[in-house]
Design a protein around this ligand. Structure first.
Ligand SMILES: [Zn+2]
Length: 272
């Protein structure tokens, strides 16, 4: 695979310049859930200015798993409404806007297990390693170490018999239409991390850590204005945001024909 590190660097910083404007597009008023089956739901809960927290719930065994619960009150309120117990927290990385609610949520729910791949994660109880399998109820989660945005970043992949479609919580490693900034790693680290994610089934539903989708695609179209797939995805997401709906989830797909230069060379980017 040919990799243009310089272009990737430029891409990473270019996307960051859109962060401020993306906040204007984001409504913190909505929350919704995806019905995975009769048994499971994923609640998509906006937090802070443009973060997403997630709550995976199991109606049969009556529990929930929170992903990056930076605003614990919203998580606990959703659990109370569904009459479910919080069983565990999975944390993608140590940044405040992802792990900053861990201490409070561990005070709200005693003896809570908090997973993560980095000692710097607040209130961490169980440090996990690459390819470690967590079994929580009937949910089987594979931990994928994806360093670069932070050195201890972990994505959580779920593909088990009880869940009909594969799911991945990608934090700040992979967004819809782009990847995270390189705070603690090189372009080569990001390439290796994206290679890990690109080996997942293309039908995997991606739940990422921020609502950056529209601006990522805006940038893609500034480079490739005739890219039809990017244009269609841009329009689809624009409509969703107008209706105050989140752009997540999106299916993982790899398409060299549709991606922007710099990312297309290394590129699992989410479209679909
Ligand atoms: Zn981050």
């Amino acid at each position: 695979m040919v990799l243009n590190f310089l272009t990737l660097f430029k891409y990473s910083w270019k996307t960051s310049s859109y962060f401020v404007s993306s906040r204007r597009l984001y409504s913190s008023q909505f929350s919704k859930y995806d019905s995975i089956s009769d048994r499971y739901k994923i609640h998509i809960l906006p937090a802070l200015s443009d973060n997403y927290m997630y709550l995976l719930t199991d109606k049969f065994l009556k529990f929930g798993i929170a992903v990056d619960p930076v605003e614990p009150e919203k998580i606990m309120k959703t659990l109370a409404m569904e009459e479910l117990e919080l069983r565990a927290v999975i944390t993608t990385h140590h940044h405040y806007d992802h792990a900053g609610g861990n201490k409070l949520i561990s005070e709200m729910k005693k003896n809570l297990t908090i997973y993560g791949g980095d000692e710097r994660i607040e209130a961490l109880t169980n440090k996990i390693s690459h390819n470690e399998i967590l079994k929580i109820g009937d949910i089987v989660i594979r931990c994928l170490h994806t360093p670069c945005h932070t050195s201890g970043h972990v994505c959580y992949f779920i593909d088990c018999e009880t869940i009909p479609e594969p799911i991945c919580f990608t934090g700040d490693t992979l967004f819809i239409g782009g990847c995270g900034r390189f705070f603690e790693g090189s372009a080569n680290d990001m390439l290796q991390s994206l290679d890990i994610l690109s080996a997942l089934p293309l039908s995997t539903k991606i739940y990422c850590g921020h609502e950056y989708s529209l601006n990522n695609l805006k940038y893609a179209l500034s480079i490739e204005p005739d890219n039809e797939e990017a244009l269609n995805k841009f329009k689809e997401i624009q409509e969703k945001l107008k209706k105050s709906e989140p752009s997540v989830p999106s299916k993982l797909a790899i398409s060299h024909a549709t991606l922007l230069p710099g990312v297309k060379m290394l590129s699992p980017v989410t479209f679909g």
